[in-house]
Design a binder for this molecule. Structure first.
Ligand SMILES: NC(=O)c1ccc[n+]([C@@H]2O[C@H](COP(=O)([O-])OP(=O)(O)OC[C@H]3O[C@@H](n4cnc5c(N)ncnc54)[C@H](O)[C@@H]3O)[C@@H](O)[C@H]2O)c1
Length: 254
């Protein structure tokens, strides 16, 4: 039986763990040829573990070490993928970092720029580089990881919230630029999800944000990955673009 993404190359950034890895697995199980990228090297334990988990499921996967904050690295990676692996038809803008929790006025310029470059500039870079080929081939699916912080402001997380609002602006605008090319661009907005990202947050913050979730628990990476997969594979997506999909256990009821 042919799988829905057979013959499709899908690039997932920041995908050696967490939501990115769960998404790579879901898309791979649907037949996509997967490319994962991350800051970590091919020799790092996290990358080796991710690659062996994908291999154990017979998912065809390549890895690129790439810092998405740097346009030249993203450009090199995308050129190499297009030349040696195949045309990128699916892009998942997943790489992202939280910020150190603090009031705006205590944030250094370097901290601000790091969050903006990682979470927002990177999405511009990846979309800028994959879209011309998608337009040429009249097909593409792009999903970007925003956050509940892309819908609400959180005190002492201004930079993170600004980037997650920013990627929604990109999603809504660029989606309308490519309507005629069978390219659909959407975003997902998770509340707190149980991934290694949480290790960098204070427990008090995790408890506070968990209490805000009506379902009373953290989300799972696999649940977010299922939503991303829907936004890549479903026939319904022919008629869905420029949207921000909530996955917050009932927290955002708008
Ligand atoms: N976990 C949550 O609660 C949550 C909630 C809402 C949104 N998100 C978003 O979902 C995405 C994935 O989050 P996660 O929880 O899986 O995080 P994670 O920290 O587990 O994984 C993120 C991955 O991105 C990589 N990365 C970071 N900076 C990078 C860079 N400059 N270049 C390349 N790779 C880089 C990391 O090495 C890591 O492997 C992020 O964009 C995050 O903001 C997460």
């Amino acid at each position: 039986m042919t799988k829905e993404l057979e013959g499709i190359v899908a690039l997932v950034t920041g995908a050696t763990r967490g939501i990115g890895l769960a998404t790579a697995k879901k898309l791979g199980r649907s037949g996509a040829r997967i490319v994962i990228s991350d800051l970590s090297s091919e020799q790092s334990e996290t990358t080796k573990k991710a690659l062996s988990e994908l291999e154990n499921e017979n998912i065809r996967c390549d890895f690129f070490q790439c810092d998405v904050r740097k346009y030249s690295e993203v450009e090199r990676m995308i050129c190499e993928i297009e030349r040696n692996i195949g045309n990128i038809s699916v892009l998942i803008n997943n790489a992202g970092i939280p910020q150190a929790t603090k009031p705006l006025w205590e944030m250094s310029i370097e901290e601000w720029e790091n969050v903006i470059k990682t979470n927002l500039d990177s999405v511009f870079y990846c979309m800028k580089l994959v879209l011309p080929k998608m337009i040429e081939r009249n097909y593409g699916r792009i999903v970007t990881l925003s956050s509940i912080s892309g819908k609400e402001g959180n005190a002492r997380e201004a930079a993170y919230c600004a980037t997650k609002h920013g990627v929604l602006g990109l999603t809504k605008s660029v989606a309308k630029e490519v309507l005629d090319y069978n390219i659909r661009i959407n975003a997902v907005c998770p509340a707190l999800i149980n991934t290694p990202l949480l290790e960098s947050l204070p427990q008090s913050q995790i408890d506070y944000f968990t209490r805000k979730i009506p379902l009373g628990r953290l989300g799972k990476a696999e649940e977010v990955a299922d939503l991303v997969k829907f936004l890549v594979c479903s026939e319904a997506v022919n008629f869905i673009t420029g949207m921000a999909f909530d996955i917050s256990g009932g927290r955002a009821d708008y």
